[in-house]
Design a protein around this ligand. Structure first.
Ligand code: PLP
Length: 385
């Protein structure tokens, strides 16, 4: 099987499993316990926090461990907006982009439904980019928070986060970015990015599912979503997932250490793949930005097919990929991300996303491109659209 669905999830790396194992076995303590087992767990958690902080270029106290990217996004969007509204009830608007993951979009909609917020959605251009001009037009004195993703999960477009965050900063508005897809592929220094909050998920980078991080800049006020024992400095109650935190810290360090080299290598393979697919499939359309895109993502529409039939045919040929985001898989509705890029709903139904692991080989990529040509050809011939 050739696995080209790494944007959905990745296998746990061996080094990560090895680092986690002690905290799933002998060192199984609760970090809040005042005995040696508890203290060992607390120091492992502290070390994991310091490791993540080093990668992000922040203080360890700015790192909150969560149950994944979804929780990190929920905590950032709801937590920051609600804290700001509590301090000043006039702050009742949030700004998001038209291509956010549902974890951000639905958090904003929750604020609208239950807390009197208005959601301002910034449009993207045909490549999926949010321009600083478009963001500037959406900012108001009542804006409590801006949340714009670092890189898109369906088309891979990378946003100019530094510029966008700077724009929000000049108006005193906190800026959150969902870096779930960017982590491991793009620089994560939060000072250089200028962001106030940033979400990461472990399972996209070789750690297990169910662990994530929210970076929250020191002075940013945030209302917790989970109340209880006051763990994570009161920001996220609940007994900490020590092994998950250790695994995420290990995976993040490994990914960041090899980031430049891996990004360069995978970008070259991806570009070759894009060329081969465009050559092999008449009428194929590359979606997203031609250059400002994640090294790992190549996304297309194949007019005259249905994305789902192409996926089935590809799987029969041993290539596993996705029709868009894993969260939307199985849904009949055209992807809101693709329609936000101005792609016709009918064409959007023909979308297929290929996303590479950092370890992907040139042979697999070349074989996959050939399989795509054959699969689309066969779906079109058989009229299975
Ligand atoms: N944000 C983006 C951009 C994602 O791609 C995903 C997962 O696909 C998430 C958030 C949610 O992360 P998790 O699966 O860890 O909840």
């Amino acid at each position: 099987m050739i696995f080209l669905d790494a944007a959905a999830t990745t296998p746990v790396r061996r080094e990560v499993l090895e680092a986690m194992w002690p905290y799933l076995s002998g060192e199984f303590g609760n970090p809040s316990s005042h005995h040696t087992l508890g203290e060992a767990a607390a120091s492992a958690l502290a070390a994991a926090r310091a490791t993540v902080a080093k990668v992000l270029g922040c203080r360890p106290g700015a790192v909150t461990f969560t149950s994944g990217g979804t929780e990190a996004d929920n905590l950032a969007v709801k937590g920051i907006a609600l804290a700001r509204q509590a301090a000043n009830p006039a702050l009742n608007r949030v700004v998001i982009s038209a291509v956010e993951h549902p974890a951000v979009e639905e958090s904003a909609r929750y604020l609208e439904r239950f807390h009197g917020f208005t959601v301002d959605v910034v449009p993207v251009d045909s490549t999926g980019l949010v321009t600083p001009l478009a963001l500037a037009a959406a900012l108001r004195p009542e804006t409590a928070l801006v949340s714009i993703m670092y890189a898109n999960n369906e088309v891979g477009t990378i946003q100019p986060v530094t510029e966008l965050a700077e724009l929000a900063r000049t108006q005193g508005i906190p800026f959150h970015t969902d870096a779930v897809q960017a982590a491991g592929w793009l620089p994560l220094d939060v000072k250089a990015l200028g962001v106030d909050a940033l979400s990461i998920s472990g399972h996209k980078l070789g750690a297990p599912k169910g662990c994530g991080v929210l970076f929250i800049r020191g002075r940013t006020r945030i209302e917790p979503l989970l109340h209880g024992g006051g763990q994570e400095r009161g920001r996220r109650s609940g007994t900490e997932n020590v092994a998950g935190a250790v695994g995420l810290a290990t995976a993040l360090t490994l990914a960041q250490a090899a980031q430049l080299q891996t990004a360069h290598h995978v970008t070259a393979l991806r570009d070759g793949f894009i060329r081969d697919v465009l050559d092999a499939v008449p009428g194929a359309v590359l979606t997203g930005h031609p250059t400002e895109r994640l090294p790992s993502v190549a996304s297309f529409c194949f007019p005259g097919t249905s994305g789902e039939s192409v996926l089935l045919e590809l799987e029969r040929q041993g290539v596993v990929c996705s029709s868009g985001s894993a969260c939307a898989a199985g849904s009949d509705a055209p992807s809101p991300v693709l329609t936000a890029l101005g792609i016709d709903a009918e064409v959007a139904q023909t979308a297929v996303r290929f996303s590479f692991e950092s370890t992907v080989s040139g042979t697999d990529v070349a074989a996959a491109a050939e399989a795509v040509g054959a699969a689309v050809g066969s779906v079109r011939t058989l009229g299975r659209s």
